[in-house]
Design a protein. Structure first.
Length: 187
């Protein structure tokens, strides 16, 4: 079965840290555009001042943004090569240490909520207890800036539901205070 959601795109944001791929996937909604346009605009939003790239560890290399049109079964796919490094200077904690950024429509519905593992984190971003983030609001603010740039460029950040074949606009962004790990990034 092919996932089809009108005016929607699955977008992967790819970077590298320590030779390991770091990929975040989000949903975007926009009428009357192309996958190439979406990929380029998401890349620009990732680099916005005080946005996600600015909060990444300096060891992170921004590589590409790829967008896939899921409006039809034969939608286009486009890649936008990117350059840049993380703006946070300091020692890397580990490639697996992440901030868990949550977003959604502000409802209980699992089909209207999403999350992404943002990292790798630096040692200074983690409290001395080794369990909690020093300033979780920093990541919420970075993704709010990212979302604002997307909106200014005419894109809508959405949660894509495979179960319901729907796209739900993001209304809330938050960051959990406890660090999250992605074991696949530790290998």
């Amino acid at each position: 079965m092919v996932l089809i959601i009108p005016n929607s795109y699955i977008v992967s944001i790819k970077g590298q840290s320590g030779g390991q791929d770091v990929v975040n996937v989000i949903g975007i909604e926009k009428q009357f555009t192309t996958a190439a346009d979406v990929a380029a605009k998401v890349g620009a939003a990732w680099k916005v001042a005080n946005g996600p790239l600015a909060k990444m560890a300096q060891q992170y290399l921004f590589v590409e943004v790829k967008a896939m049109d899921i409006s039809t079964g034969s939608g286009g796919v486009a890649s936008s090569p990117q350059t840049g490094t993380g703006g946070a200077i300091g020692n890397l904690a580990t490639n697996g240490a992440c901030a868990l950024v949550t977003y959604g429509a502000g409802t209980r519905s699992k089909s209207q909520r999403g999350r992404l593992y943002f990292g790798p984190l630096q040692e200074a971003m983690i409290n001395s207890d080794g369990r909690t983030l020093a300033t979780p609001q920093t990541f919420t603010d970075a993704f709010t800036a990212f979302n604002n740039k997307l909106t200014a460029d005419g894109l809508t950040w959405v949660v894509l539901s495979r179960k319901l074949s729907t796209a739900t606009t993001i209304a809330q962004i938050g960051t959990q205070s406890i660090i999250a790990t992605q074991r696949r990034r530790i290998r």
